[in-house]
Design a protein around this ligand. Structure first.
Ligand code: ASP
Length: 323
């Protein structure tokens, strides 16, 4: 078995230590660690990269702290519309869903699109009909409701503003209720196959059926065994225009750059020029890992079979050796 690895994120934005309480920090660290452990166990047991990223995302979607699945933000109309995507770097198979409602784990639905339909990208009511056909778990509106998200939305719902989950908010208010963060995972398994997955509630007060970068293959999510698996988080519009995840793949393929060099080029140069705030996580087929962001912080964690283990929220990373 070759080296295997898993990297996850829980969103990027204006996340500052000065605004964080010890209890909230702990809750985030625990949430990240739990998802990392569940996904990593799949790899340790010889499972595939696709199954590892899916398992990690399900845990994050079920955690109210993060803006994905349960705990998703409110749209202009006061409902949750969720986006998710998954891609298999071994086959370039991919599945995405956008603007789905009441689906407990949108990543499970994206997986069904990838494996059980002849399509790549389903949206809205059609995607919900497919969820029913496939027996994907649905939940009532109340399941997704959180008072904090509601209050966050109430503050801007009468305006034309929409906001990235972690930015342009009263952070004191945010911290009180401890919830935000699009989620993503990338993995390299023991056979050298890689995969990527991303899931989000999108941006608070979004309207007109707005869809961000997360479910768009090549923008927020991409995987190809030849180069990298990438999951992005941040202000979706510039990430779409930069075709950010695929651009990392292209830089690696055409210039021979390493994973980290290519991610730095996209996040710290191309996206910065476009005011694209956020970051991304990546792996390559040798099991190398990277986490790069241009925002104040990014919830993130990684673990590799060579003993690497690190969790971070702000710029600095906590390195935790694994015995
Ligand atoms: N990229 C997501 C979007 O624009 C938001 C996020 O990453 O928090 O929908």
């Amino acid at each position: 078995m070759q080296a295997f690895s898993l990297v996850i994120h829980g969103g990027a934005g204006t996340i500052l230590k000065s605004d964080m309480t010890a209890a909230l920090e702990k809750a985030y660290m625990q949430g990240l660690d739990e998802a990392l452990s569940v996904g990593y166990a799949v790899l340790e047991n010889g499972g595939s990269a696709v199954n590892a990223v899916k398992a990690a995302i399900v845990v994050l979607e079920d955690n109210m702290l993060f803006n994905a699945g349960r705990g998703s933000v409110f749209t202009k109309k006061g409902v949750q519309e969720m986006d998710a995507a998954i891609m298999d770097g071994a086959t370039l198979a991919a599945g995405s869903v956008a603007a789905v409602r009441n689906v407990r784990n949108p990543i499970e639905l994206a997986y069904e699109v990838m494996t059980e339909s002849n399509h790549v990208f389903l949206s809205g009511k059609g995607a919900n009909d497919f969820a029913i056909k496939q027996g994907v778990k649905l939940e009532p509106d109340e399941f997704f409701f959180s008072q904090f998200r509601y209050d966050q939305w109430k503050e801007i719902r009468d305006s034309d503003n929409y906001s990235l989950d972690h930015t342009h908010q009263d952070l004191d208010e945010l911290m009180k209720d401890k919830k935000f963060g699009t989620v993503g995972a990338v993995a390299c398994d023991g056979s050298g196959n890689i995969a990527s997955a991303t899931s989000t509630g999108g941006m608070t007060n979004k309207k007109y059926g707005r869809i961000g970068d997360s479910p768009i293959i090549g923008a927020g999510t991409y995987a190809n065994n030849k180069t990298c698996a990438i999951s992005c988080t941040g202000h979706g519009e510039p990430f779409i225009r930069a075709v950010a995840a695929h651009d990392v793949n292209a830089i690696m393929e055409y210039t021979g750059s390493s994973l980290e060099e290519a991610m730095n080029e996209v996040v710290h140069r191309k996206l910065v020029k476009m005011n694209g705030e956020g970051g991304m996580i990546g792996v390559d087929a040798k099991g190398n890992m990277a986490m790069v962001f241009n925002s104040a912080g990014m919830y993130r964690a990684m673990r590799g079979s060579n003993g690497q283990y690190a969790v971070g929220i702000y710029k600095e990373l906590m390195q935790i050796p694994v015995s």
